[in-house]
Design a protein around this ligand. Structure first.
Ligand SMILES: O=C(O)C(=O)C[C@]1(C(=O)O)C=C[C@@H](O)C=C1
Length: 283
């Protein structure tokens, strides 16, 4: 049986993504993203599913940084899930939002609902949890007037009431999840692939005028379409960055080696983080 790990506990968006993408048993929950990635690396599980980017709040930096600096595992698939954030309360809640003292949720979920919180619950204390499922668990065990931000699955798993639906600040909300595995053949995703992508990690030799322009030019003149470029600190000092570049096509033996050779001549480092199918989920 293929073992699939995810950011848990019960009722997280990652669990929702895993349940939608994969059939059957063998699903195992981890408390943090690094624990889940480590479990794939140590062969405790075959597949790890971790959040990568949200349409409102952007990159899940912990995932990217852990994959770049700590454990290099290939991305073998991407699953894209619609995200609906709800305000969840326990049955003893009086119904008056101004009485809520604390809101619990994952930092990314809270960030997706800042305007709602600012407008309707400006005095509530914001408490960051390891996941939205954990936040729901805390609220279900509390006697206080507290609330969680999370999904429908969390409401049913923890016996909470959805006080208000769809409190995320912008409507077209989705999160991309990375599927990590040492052996891509173990991954069987239920829904059809929509497209294919390749993610590259690029480092620059030193800071000089036009360096990034030269990097982008290597893709541009080959007519390779980029869907994302992100810079993150190298963690070696201010001003040192690496770039993650997502290219909207699968790896091939001509264009990608060409880009790599051209960039290496400029002194750049180029590593393929994965070439993978993208699956859009209907939940
Ligand atoms: O806390 C969860 O439910 C998660 O699965 C994590 C996570 C994230 O890290 O972005 C996943 C999707 C949502 O965007 C909010 C939280």
């Amino acid at each position: 049986m293929v073992k699939i790990g995810y950011l848990g506990p019960r009722g997280t968006f990652t669990k929702l993504a895993v349940d939608t993408a994969f059939n059957g048993e063998g699903k195992q929950s981890f408390t943090t993203i690094p624990e889940c990635i480590d479990a794939v690396q140590n062969d405790q599980i075959d597949i790890g599913v971790v959040p990568l980017e949200n349409a409102i709040e952007g990159t899940v930096q912990l995932t990217v940084d852990y994959l770049v600096h700590q454990v290099r595992l290939p991305i073998v698939a991407e699953i894209v899930v619609p995200i609906q954030q709800h305000l969840l309360v326990a049955s003893h809640f009086s119904g008056d939002l101004s009485q809520v003292t604390d809101v619990h949720s994952h930092s990314h979920a809270i960030a997706q609902c800042h305007q709602f919180l600012h407008k309707y619950m400006p005095d509530a204390m914001l408490n960051f949890t390891s996941s939205t499922g954990k936040a729901a668990e805390i609220v279900s065990g509390s006697e206080e007037t507290v609330a969680a931000i999370g999904n429908k699955l969390a409401a049913s798993e923890y016996g909470l009431t959805i006080y208000q639906e769809n409190i995320h600040d912008y409507p077209n909300n989705h999160t991309r999840f990375a599927v990590l595995a040492k052996d891509a053949d173990t991954v069987r995703i239920n829904q059809v692939k929509e497209s294919e992508k390749t993610s590259l990690l690029i480092t620059l030799p030193s800071d000089y005028a036009g360096a990034l322009h030269q990097v982008l030019a290597a893709f541009a003149w080959r007519k390779m379409n980029l869907s994302k470029i992100e810079s993150r600190p190298m963690k070696t000092g201010l001003g040192n960055y690496f770039f993650i570049v997502d290219v909207n096509q699968p790896y091939d033996d001509v264009l990608f080696p060409g880009v790599k050779a051209e960039l290496e001549t400029l002194g750049c480092g180029v590593t393929i983080l994965g070439t993978y199918p993208v699956h859009q989920m209907q939940v």
